[in-house]
Design a binder for this molecule. Structure first.
Ligand code: MG
Length: 399
């Protein structure tokens, strides 16, 4: 008799100080369970509630093998769809179902998907610094570790802020100055290329902090520095501006860590307005939609660069790596590394060795959770501060 879904639980843990949300799907077979990432770190209790009080009653008793059918069932069950809370909740279950399928087949996920296109995954790392010298030093550290792709930022997203004149009564917040940021970014690229040369790849994340026409100008002015890609240059709402950027320069464009809805990306791909899709896989609903998105991209010459920050659980990172290993149109993987505490909670993490990340060959996603250790690192529900961004005159702005 086929296994059935017996229980669905959410495990909240913060081993690296960032809230992580993990979904565990248990089956009627005693040892057969799956794990998935549902990490929306700023709304952890809401996602947990959706999974345990709405998805669990919907799914208990059903066959975990029917991943495609269950994904559509979850996506349509609340009638309205798309959005980070729903997407992450569905992803937690979806990844766990793929994990179960891999375990039942005794195959790692990359085998189940059709095998490897490469033995390991090239990654990019993040080099920041308060001064230009600091950034150069941090880039060199990665080059010394054989990392060939480095994202450079001078003073964090939106740049460093020298003092500027704010109006009286300007609210508290995280202030930045788009004009200074643009000037500094050009200076940064000039400095790094002059000091360290062109023998490696540079990336940069605008974090959608510029007005669209300023973004157009920046993409043009950065062209001589031969970027591997320019990340999140425009917000999901302003994607039409990519047409203007495309018409004026060949700086490669990577966009999409905020995308929720297929309508935010399908026209960018089918019109070849971006070069890399970098959605947050749990945000869009897990492995099932990500796999289809990668295949859509392949038809149009667009490569993948899945979002891989600290607020993805190691299970989510493992899902990224399995997709990267399989899909031919893989481009690059963002890699933030794991703290020892996270590796203790999640045995079987993918490993970075000499510039490349390797998945293990265990069945499914190949990664587990030690629930006792996870419980030692409780999540915190705080008001999020870093997203309270404002520009120099006090206007609230996208983070
Ligand atoms: Mg980014």
């Amino acid at each position: 008799m086929a296994a059935s879904i017996r229980d669905i639980r959410v495990i909240l843990t913060a081993p690296a100080g960032i809230n992580l949300i993990v979904v565990k799907v248990e089956t009627s077979e005693p040892e057969l369970y799956g794990l998935g990432c549902a990490t929306y770190c700023y709304r952890e209790e809401t996602v947990k509630n959706l999974v345990e009080n709405y998805l669990k009653p919907l799914l208990v008793g059903r066959d975990p093998a029917d991943v495609e059918d269950l994904w559509h069932l979850m996506n349509h069950n609340a009638y309205w769809r798309n959005g980070p809370i729903t997407g992450n909740a569905i992803s937690g279950v979806d990844m766990a179902l793929w994990d179960i399928k891999g375990k039942a087949a005794n195959m790692p996920l990359y085998e189940l998907l059709g095998g490897k296109s490469r033995p390991a995954v090239a990654v990019y790392r993040h080099a920041d610094g308060k001064t230009l010298e600091d950034v150069a030093e941090n880039v060199q550290k990665f080059l010394d570790q054989n990392i060939r792709h480095v994202r450079i930022q001078w003073g964090g997203y939106g740049g460093k802020v020298d003092s500027f004149n704010k109006p009286a009564g300007a609210p508290d917040g995280v202030y930045y100055n788009p004009e200074q940021y643009t000037r500094d970014t050009l200076k940064l690229f000039g400095y790094i290329r002059e000091k360290l040369g062109y023998g490696f790849e540079l990336l940069h994340d605008v974090h959608e902090r510029l007005a669209p026409i300023e973004a157009v100008k920046l993409a043009k002015e950065l062209e001589p520095f031969r970027l591997f890609f320019l990340e999140d240059l425009l917000s999901p709402e302003q994607g039409e501006w990519f047409r203007m950027i495309r018409a004026q320069c060949a700086t490669p464009i990577a966009n999409g860590e905020l995308y929720n809805n297929p309508k935010e990306w399908d026209y960018l791909i089918s019109n070849r307005l971006i070069d890399f899709i970098r959605v947050h896989i749990s945000q869009i609903g897990g492995i099932t939609p990500a796999r289809k998105l990668a295949i859509l991209c392949e038809a149009f010459g667009v490569r993948t660069a899945w979002h891989g920050p600290g607020d993805v659980s190691p299970i989510g990172h493992a899902a990224n790596i399995h997709l990267d290993l399989h899909h031919h149109n893989f481009g690059i993987q963002e890699w933030s590394g794991f703290k020892p505490e996270a590796m203790e909670v999640f045995p079987g993490c993918p490993e970075l060795k000499d510039g490349f990340v390797y998945a293990n060959s265990n069945p499914g996603l190949g990664i587990d959770i030690d629930e006792k250790t996870a419980a030692k690192f409780p999540c915190k529900t705080d008001i999020t501060r870093w997203t309270q961004t404002r520009i120099s005159d006090g206007t609230a702005w996208t983070p």
